[in-house]
Design a protein around this ligand. Structure first.
Ligand SMILES: [Zn+2]
Length: 274
């Protein structure tokens, strides 16, 4: 895995020796209800990702606060014997109710799954938290949640150190302009012609996005959305890039139902992966 820029590991000095109570403010990325009624959540906070348990949570007020995508402040009790901190109290700091809409929900899920895979426990990163929180707000409020998701996915990847190579992924030639159908990178004309189904070159706007998204600000990228007919090719590149660089993400099919076109014919890709 490449080095993670903007991040440094910060270990609390006292956590090994004694129990302690700390407050953290973060967004619920994952929530699981256990058979005994405990709720286990993963939160992304500026101090890193935290996994914690609300004991008996489903029967109390915590149940509605510790919902997916909620911004909560939690009081955690951590003992040296357990990796799992206990949530003693939680306060809702912000909710984005429009994320429940079917045209937005799959995008919030995809970004969450991606951020969850990219950012690990113990990695202090205010920028990771800000980018993830901003991506959820964008999906919740913007008129074009699909474009928000494409932009923020590539920004999250870049923050974690995953950027496209500026050279042909096969031979290293300069100025590649063709899609790499397997790895979501870029290919030169010669290498693209050797592919089983030789791809057409990226349209210039899409190529520019792929080459420079990591350098441009979110604001700039949001101002120049890719025309919808060019987006399926971008989704395909993103799906391939994430699958080969980061690993399996389950939200693609759900996103396909909302994105301007299918990200991929699911059967064809399953066949390739299998
Ligand atoms: Zn090449």
């Amino acid at each position: 895995m490449p080095a993670l820029p903007d991040m440094h590991v910060q270990r609390p000095t006292d956590s090994r020796n004694r129990s302690r109570s700390i407050n953290r403010s973060g967004i619920v990325m994952r929530r699981r209800i256990m058979p005994k009624g405990d709720i286990i959540v993963s939160l992304l906070t500026p101090q890193g990702k935290i996994k914690a348990i609300a004991r008996g949570g489903v029967r109390g007020e915590q149940a509605s606060r510790l919902n997916l995508f909620h911004h909560v402040e939690v009081q955690l009790y951590q003992t040296p014997q357990s990796d799992l901190a206990t949530i003693q109290q939680s306060v809702l700091q912000g909710a984005l109710p429009t994320l429940a809409q079917p045209e937005r929900h799959p995008y919030a899920h995809l970004l969450t799954e991606l951020a969850d895979s990219l950012f690990q426990e113990g990695e202090y990163s205010q920028s990771a938290f800000d980018l993830y929180a901003g991506s959820l707000r964008g999906v919740a409020h913007q008129a074009d949640p699909e474009w928000v998701t494409l932009v923020m996915s590539y920004k999250l990847l870049a923050l974690a150190g995953f950027t496209l190579r500026p050279l042909c992924a096969r031979c290293g030639a300069a100025e590649p302009q063709y899609p790499d159908p397997h790895g979501g990178q870029l290919l030169c004309m010669r290498c693209a012609a050797l592919e089983h189904n030789a791809p057409a070159p990226h349209p210039s706007e899409r190529l520019e996005f792929l080459q420079f998204a990591h350098k441009h600000t979110v604001k700039m990228l949001m101002l120049s959305p890719l025309p919808r007919p060019q987006r399926p090719g971008l989704w395909h590149s993103l799906e391939r890039f994430v699958t080969t660089q980061v690993g399996k993400v389950r939200s693609w099919d759900a996103v396909s139902t909302q994105a301007s076109a299918l990200i991929h014919p699911p059967a064809a890709v399953r066949h390739k992966q299998g």
